[in-house]
Design a protein. Structure first.
Length: 383
């Protein structure tokens, strides 16, 4: 089949933002507390943490492109696999998915596969993404049965000229039955597009507009899916049997987009370590020259931020949903904690520069940015 287009899809990292100032809330606010333990060696940028049953943790670092088995008690850290394309290797450690019996799936979107990590902390195999899923997909988690939950592509099939979807599907992949179910749809981000070249060699660059009003979701170990709706900021729980529990809307204070927010976003967007690029198609037949790289214009900055930051929500082992509030640049983060009815139960304030990266059986794992722009990883008691 002819492949007349070379398409570049660029997905930069979204800048870290702070927590909202105190708004009209009836829920109590508590501080995170003091760390129980901290690893001695810093990381570049912690993507995810998965705690094993014996207390050791697997840590993915997207900037350094490393995966580590760390032991807080022994103070040790051992590399897992390495960057590459072969067995036991990965191109981009984008996340960690818990599988049964202390097995972990490392998400490698650039190669559309998972690196399987056994309970010993060593790679044991590779599992490809579902073959019938086009475009760029996000892996968001798993349940105790080993089913994997994904978000369909925000760019549709990733083909030049294709219309971008108004919403994206929430999908559940049952590997045992080789079946994918659509559980619902969410509002995705606003995408900015720029094109360069001719009809025979065209390059398209796409970027999510900053602070887009979009829905957020994640999955609980029991298979319930938590959807956070941006239009009026409320939580919906979708049970495995199809039942839906809708919580009340949450009041929040609108936070203006400042110049500091713009500077942080653009610095992350221009950071070559901050994301990965996927090339779809290739140059015209008989030519080795790629299409010219298009330039993206200044983002269309909104006046205010949405109530919460996408891609950061997690469900704790007790079934509560933690949602990161948006707020002033570089301010300490505040997380809204929702119960099984979708009601705001409490808010948790984190230390300045700290963010939630994972949960343990009774712990919260927190990455904190240092003066050297590195990150330390610490374990806190869960409030």
């Amino acid at each position: 089949m002819p492949r007349p287009f070379w398409t570049l899809l660029c997905l930069p990292a979204i800048a870290l933002a702070g927590a909202a100032p105190a708004a009209a809330q009836s829920a109590p606010r508590v501080a995170l507390g003091r760390a129980e333990a901290e690893l001695a060696d810093p990381f570049d940028n912690v993507t995810a943490v998965r705690e094993l049953s014996d207390g050791r943790v697997i840590v993915a670092d997207r900037f350094a492109k490393t995966v580590t088995l760390a032991d807080f008690r022994a103070g040790t850290a051992t590399a897992i696999g390495r960057e590459g394309q072969g067995p036991g290797e990965y191109a981009f450690p984008a996340g960690l998915v818990a599988a049964p019996r202390d097995t972990t799936f490392l998400v490698d979107p650039g190669q559309r596969r998972f690196l399987v990590i056994g309970p010993s902390g060593k790679p044991t195999g590779l599992v490809s993404f579902p073959g019938n899923m086009a475009g760029l997909v996000r892996v968001r988690g798993s349940d105790r049965q080993g089913r994997i939950y994904l978000q369909g592509s925000e760019l549709g099939g990733g083909q030049p000229g294709a219309a971008l979807p108004d919403s994206v599907p929430v999908l559940r992949w049952d590997r045992a039955r080789d079946r994918i179910d659509t559980l619902g749809r969410i509002k995705g981000p606003t995408i900015q597009t720029s094109t360069a070249g001719s009809a025979n060699a065209r390059a398209v660059m796409m970027r999510a507009q900053p602070f887009s009003v979009q829905d957020e979701w994640t999955v609980a170990p029991d298979g319930r899916v938590a959807v956070v709706r941006a239009a009026d900021y409320h939580v919906e729980w979708l049970a495995p049997d199809g039942r839906k529990v809708v919580g009340p809307a949450v009041a929040y204070q609108k936070v203006p987009v400042s110049q500091a927010d713009k500077d942080i976003f653009m610095a992350a967007a221009n950071n070559p370590r901050g994301g990965f690029r996927v090339t779809v198609g290739g140059p015209p037949r008989g030519s080795s020259a790629p299409a010219p790289r298009p330039a993206l214009s200044e983002p269309d900055w909104p006046a205010f931020k949405p109530p919460f930051r996408d891609g950061t929500s997690l469900v704790a082992p007790d079934g509560t949903l933690w949602v990161q509030r948006y707020g002033a640049a570089r301010a300490p983060l505040v997380y809204d904690v929702f119960d099984a009815s979708g009601r705001l139960a409490r808010q948790v304030t984190f230390p300045k520069g700290a963010r939630l990266v994972g949960f343990g059986a009774r712990s919260v794992y927190v990455a904190t940015t240092t003066e050297d722009e590195l990150e330390t990883l610490a374990r806190y008691p869960r409030p």
